[in-house]
Design a protein around this ligand. Structure first.
Ligand code: ADP
Length: 758
């Protein structure tokens, strides 16, 4: 809800509240005050009427006083002379003096004079308001026995109420003994009532309450009116208020009922005052609220709404009107100022942000450029790596092919029993063989290192028990230890189980390298110990300790660098083994270290993570066992050898020549080989793999399709030392795969095991 609406609602609520309070005060507090005022005024008015009535009674009394103190009256009581009566009691005189009654009693209450003016005022008649036989003894008039005593008030007569006054007759000296009681009276007739009405300037009604001529209480008189009540009774009509008051006679009985009627001016005035008050309150309320609203609107709401609009536009980053009430010296001015400061700060921050963004963009572009360069460098490095590994692979193949012939013919010469060599020739040939083998080792290890460094080696990490692997290595290496006169021992492991996460083959390679180094670089009668030590960080330390030459301190930093041999060139080795081992250990998540002291020996160790759960034992692809077919005696057999490299063909020819009942067919390419196999009965094919034109694999597939050759066993002879190739060839159906350079005996075994029985 908008602030403006809220303020409007608040003001409306305030207005309604004030109006209600006003109405409440006017109706509950002020209105009764007017009622009271009206009652007071009514009481005052009826009091005035009663005062006038009593002043009239007093006027009668003053006459009685004069007449009672007159000696003639005194003597009349005594002598009752007619002259006094005739001279003083004349109807016309009484009429002018408004005296309707003269009555004299002696002290015993016996009437002496009884003169009442008739209704016409023309003659006296006997008054019947008092008992004619005389006053009873208890009558109050008979108590008037002192000079100052008097009695006045109202009495009832048949003609109606009469005001009277009674005094003792004492004569002029006021010292004579009282000898009678004088009473004078005046009827409270219409004339007198009119007179009182005129004098009081009030509307007056009088009713007699007793006597024959009395009127009963008027019908319009209020129900709760009780005669004799000292309290006045009020009756509020629509526009007139009636106030009733009863006036008792001299004996204390109900005498007359007075009623004054008054217009209800006070109430009417009061009501109109209240109405004016209400209207005034309403109007002033509206005016105050309007004034308040417009003041608030001018002072707070509209500057606030300007601030709000500008703030919203500011928030939306839109241009704003800049009508902020900055000139004001109050809180809104401060607010506007702080908003303006905020805007300036934001603008400044935005500028800074834009600048930072720009520089970030630049950095980003720079990064993208660097990334592109890095990527292209990576791609380049990858290309270079691939090229390197292709080159090395080719080199390895190209080197292995002639090496096969060199080592093969060397073996043939060494094995030739029919033409035994001279002693020096044997030594020379041994040199050739050793150099050839060294070259072969170099080729193999350089190729392996190149593959590792170019990331082409994928390890198969699994949790295996390393104890059998190490036992295996020891049994392989033992002949070398015996040859070098070095004792080789392995620390016992509880239960013979030590589970480590490794690649089995590569682990074997590492351990073989470490043990063979410990043997090779040991002294005669030295020792080598293989140990296992669990570390605190869930690692197993597999160590190889020797008592050999040790490594001099200045060379320790180079131990894992390739081709570093530290003056041990006389010992067979390539200087690559430790480099390969370090790479492989790190690829398995382990570390390799050594401790060595020149002349004392070395301790090489690797730390690898211990594992609790063994992985399923490695499933090696099942290679069909070569079916050994017994050679039928005297049966001729034919072997076909396909190879593009002449020296290798010559080597195999020389080897086969030594076999009885065996003919060799040679072909320098695959097509020629296939044709030969088709036309000549062939029992076994020896197939080179990498040949120009059709290679050995394609040739094998072709042979499989031909009726004449499909059953001929094929053995691969390849200079490609990749382990994957061997598996691939065996999968395809080659019976065996020998890597050049091969041992002559290995070749003979393979031939013997695989030739076809016809
Ligand atoms: P290689 O043994 O084929 O030369 P290595 O990389 O395995 O290649 O070893 C590198 C060199 O480190 C070795 O030529 C040798 O000088 C030195 N070396 C390795 N192991 C030992 C050892 N246990 N004791 C002394 N020297 C060693």
């Amino acid at each position: 809800m908008l602030l403006k609406t809220k303020i409007l609602l608040l003001l409306a609520g305030l207005f309604s509240g004030l109006l209600f309070v006003n109405l409440f005060i006017l109706s509950v507090v002020i209105s009764p005050i007017f009622g009271e005022l009206e009652t007071r005024e009514a009481n005052k008015n009826i009091g005035r009427v009663i005062d006038i009535l009593e002043s009239d009674i007093k006027a009668v009394d003053s006459f009685v006083y004069d007449w009672a103190a007159w000696d003639d009256t005194y003597f009349y009581v005594k002598d009752r002379n007619q002259a006094y009566e005739d001279a003083n009691y004349m109807p016309e005189y009484s009429a002018t003096q408004n005296h309707d009654l003269y009555y004299i009693w002696d002290l015993k209450g016996q009437p002496i004079l009884n003169k009442a003016l008739n209704e016409e005022g023309t003659a006296y008649v006997a008054f019947d308001g008092f008992p004619t036989e005389g006053l009873p003894e208890t009558h109050p008039f008979l108590t008037l026995n002192s000079v100052s005593s008097k009695f006045s008030g109202l009495i009832q007569t048949r003609r109606g109420p009469m005001i009277i006054a009674a005094r003792p007759i004492v004569g002029s000296s006021m010292k004579k003994p009282v000898n009678g009681i004088l009473v004078m009276g005046r009827y409270l007739d219409n004339d007198l009532i009119k007179n009182i009405t005129q004098r009081s300037r009030l509307e007056l009604d009088i009713w007699s309450l007793t006597g024959e001529s009395s009127l009963n209480i008027p019908k319009e008189a209020p129900r709760n009116l009780k005669m004799g009540d000292s309290e006045n009774v009020f009756e509020q009509g629509g526009k007139t208020i009636f106030v009733y008051s009863s006036y008792s006679d001299i004996l204390g009985n109900p005498g007359i009922l007075l009623r004054v009627s008054m217009p209800r001016d006070i109430i009417v005035q009061g009501k109109s005052t209240i109405a004016i008050g209400i209207w005034l309150a309403l109007l002033s309320g509206i005016l105050i609220i309007l004034a308040l609203y417009f003041t608030l609107q001018r002072l707070i709401i509209s500057p606030l709404s300007v601030i709000t609009k500008d703030t919203v536009r500011f928030g939306k980053h839109e241009d704003f009107t800049h009508q902020l009430p900055l000139a004001r010296k109050d809180e809104l001015g401060l607010l506007a100022q702080s908003i303006l400061n905020g805007i300036k700060e934001r603008d400044q921050t935005e500028k800074t942000l834009i600048e930072k963004n720009k520089s970030l963009e630049e950095v980003k572009e720079e990064l993208i450029r660097s990334k592109e360069i890095a990527e292209s460098s990576k791609a380049f490095a990858e290309k270079a790596n691939n090229a390197k590994s292709d080159f090395l692979s080719r080199m390895s193949h190209e080197l292995r092919t002639p090496l096969n012939a060199i080592l093969g013919f060397t073996q043939l010469l060494q094995m030739d029993s029919r033409n035994p060599l001279e002693g020096y020739q044997k030594d020379d040939l041994e040199q050739v063989s050793s150099a050839g083998k060294h070259l072969l080792d170099l080729v193999s290890e350089v190729l392996d290192l190149a593959k590792i460094e170019s990331g082409k080696v994928n390890l198969k990490i699994e949790t295996v028990n390393i104890i059998p692997i190490i036992d295996d290595v020891i049994s392989v290496i033992e002949p070398l230890a015996t040859e070098n006169e070095v004792s080789l021992t392995c620390q016992e492991v509880l239960g013979g189980i030590c589970l480590i996460k490794i690649d089995k083959l590569r682990f074997k390679q590492i351990i073989l390298n470490l043990i063979s180094n410990a043997i090779k670089y040991n002294r005669s009668k030295g020792s080598v110990v293989v140990s296992f030590e669990a570390q605190v960080n869930d690692k197993m330390r597999i160590g190889v300790k020797d008592t050999g030459y040790g490594i001099p301190d200045d060379m320790k930093g180079l131990i894992f660098q390739p081709f570093e041999r530290f003056g041990n060139e006389t010992v067979q080795g390539t200087g690559i083994g430790l480099t390969i081992s370090k790479n492989l250990v790190e690829m398995m998540g382990g570390t390799i270290h050594f401790e060595s002291m020149a002349g004392k020996g070395s301790f090489f160790y690797i730390d690898l993570a211990i594992s609790k759960v063994p992985t399923e034992p490695l499933k090696v692809p099942k290679i069909s066992e070569p079916v050994s077919t017994p050679l039928k005696r005297n049966e001729k057999r034919t072997i076909l050898y396909v190879d593009d490299y002449l020296p290798n063909r010559s080597l195999v020819e020389a080897v086969i020549k030594g076999l009885s009942n065996t003919d060799l067919l040679s072909a320098s390419n695959a097509i020629e080989g296939i044709e030969l196999a088709q036309v000549k009965k062939t029992d076994l094919i020896l197939m080179d793999i990498h040949m120009p034109g059709m290679d050995g694999i394609m040739a094998f597939k072709k042979l499989q399709t031909l009726e004449e050759t499909k059953d001929v066993p094929v053995i691969a002879l390849t200079a490609d030392a990749k382990a994957e190739l061997r598996s691939e060839l065996l999968e395809l159906g080659f019976k065996d795969c020998l890597t050049k350079p091969f041992n002559i005996s290995d070749l003979l075994n393979a031939i013997e095991s695989n030739y076809r029985l016809t």
